[in-house]
Design a protein around this ligand. Sequence first.
Ligand code: AMP
Ligand code: ZN
Ligand code: FE
Ligand code: FE
Length: 278
Amino acid sequence: MTVDLHTHSSASDGLFPPRELVREAKAAGLAGIGLTDHDTTAGLDEAEAEAARLGLFVVPGVELSATDQGREAHTLGYFIDRDNEPFQSALRTFVEQRSQRIDRMIDLLHELGIPVGRDAVLQRAGVGTVGRPHLAWELIEMGAADDMVDAFDRYLGTGKPAYVPRPRLAPEEAIRIIRSAGGAPVLAHPLSSPDPEALVARLVPAGLVGLEVDYGEYNAVERARLQQIAEQHALIPTGGSDFHAHNFKPGRDLGATAVPVEIVERLRDASERVRSAR
Ligand code: AMP
Ligand code: ZN
Ligand code: FE
Ligand code: FE
């Protein structure tokens, strides 16, 4: 009985609508998923309804795109209270910043002579929050990139010609926002940081409760290193694939990385402790 605690639906930049994502999870043999869309909780109701129908469960989550010294320090929040109005207001700000950022990235692509259509990109995002993968899929469709990895290597990755940094959000602030909505904050793909040991040591006093030890792209040595950091700080070791679509990136297929359901109970307990400490 395992759960993939890091997935994206079309409510953000995943390809599958929430209900189809849950069907895919069932087909992959998972007991449940954590739905952690970027900056939105809009997919949760639909995912939960389908999960109830199919006998799976959904851990309500979100992923906030914090950065630290120019490097991604994404922060996951589990068991957040999605009806918390200040929380939703913060999400609306992030969603607006996403649209402005993608707009500027499209401008840069035009300056590079790549006539990517603004409407086409927005159409890919649909009602969901827009992200670089939508832009990447359009570049692939146009023949301007071979695949997701190529699109990021050539244009969209950090420091590449069409890259636009996002407005700064410190991981400490992301943790504060998640805790204020009663959620359990977890540092995602911690090896995005050049010094995960130091970053975690800083974030534990800020209220971090978990570390994504089992991440789709990490090998056994990397996971062992993260496991040790988690043990040192008594953090909940979580894990997931960071699924967006099939054939998105190697190691990132749904359920390719999953953790025992017991981890879900620990996250729920942590969220309850956050709520009683508020
Ligand atoms: P955004 O939220 O718009 O910054 O887009 C971030 C998303 O792009 C993440 O969810 C990643 O899965 C994906 N991504 C980031 N870097 C890369 C990369 N180098 N190759 C493929 N996908 C990436
Ligand atoms: Zn994403
Ligand atoms: Fe992330
Ligand atoms: Fe993610």
